[in-house]
Write a protein that binds this ligand. Sequence first.
Ligand SMILES: *[C@@H]1O[C@H](CO)[C@@H](O)[C@H](O)[C@H]1NC(C)=O
Ligand SMILES: *[C@@H]1O[C@H](CO)[C@@H](O)[C@H](O)[C@H]1NC(C)=O
Length: 297
Amino acid sequence: MRTQLLLAALLGSVNAIRIIHANDDGWAELYTRSFHEALLAAGHDTVLSAPAENKSGTGSSDAEPSPRTTACQYNSCAPSNAPIGRNESSPRLNWVNSFPLTSMRYGIDVISPSFWNNEPAELAVSGPNVGSNLYAQVHFSGTVGSAVFASKERKIPAIAFSGLTGGTLAWNTTPVPTRSLVYAQVASKLVDAVVAAGKPYLPEDVFLNVNLPKVEGECTDASKYKFVLSRINLGVFSQKDVAQCGSDRLPMEAVVTGTKGCYVSVSVGDANDKTTASADKQKIVRDKLQGLFTCLP
Ligand SMILES: *[C@@H]1O[C@H](CO)[C@@H](O)[C@H](O)[C@H]1NC(C)=O
Ligand SMILES: *[C@@H]1O[C@H](CO)[C@@H](O)[C@H](O)[C@H]1NC(C)=O
């Protein structure tokens, strides 16, 4: 890790930042571990803090972590009676015996400060979730719940990632399946674009809800993925969206991920209520990431 950071500094990629990372599928889920590795490889200083077991679908629940009396998911930790723990040989990998939001909260407030000389996280990410978080799913998603907490309660810009291809995988699955690697690479690419656009990375009280299409056909190649600005909920009676691709109504996420050609939906979410953010906030994100976004065919 230290070598990677040093290398990044020597190469002049000064865009290495402090990233706190959570999820809702559990700390030992492979999509999350692959993303952790990709962030490290990109030179970022990242710390994982995620639930001890699968806590998918628990939205914004929060509770003080309780003693872990049984092994963590996939037998990834021994029963310890401790409420939080870590991989002693890779201390950046931490588990919290509670909800996704709680793991983000502990990651920010309790676990990461010792890695960063008490400097705060500059960016919060969660996922990639095993399966989509589109439209109505957003409300129940712990992946989204943890990102929204970081944005709203800690004022840390936050991105929730989800991958449409499901199927759970333990952290030590070998070889690492393509889908886990592809999602990690594409998510890391978006992080790098956000970081390269400079601070503030996102407007206050928003989060990005990102859904990656199925890894199949040409979409088994990370370089084929394209990013499209989308909206979370139906917009029939809503205020106009930011003008994009010749329309003042952004496409729904499922339309984006369902279009043939490896399109990733990127919605600007309102961290107050998990709905689509206002056009003025969408515009800030669109302008910052202009070079990243493309239009649907
Ligand atoms: C977690 O549980 C949900 C259902 O509660 C399931 O859909 C999902 O695949 C599980 N994820 C993992 C990583 O086990
Ligand atoms: C803990 O870290 C070691 C060394 O990086 C690794 O070999 C092992 O698989 C990890 N275990 C878990 C559960 O993270």
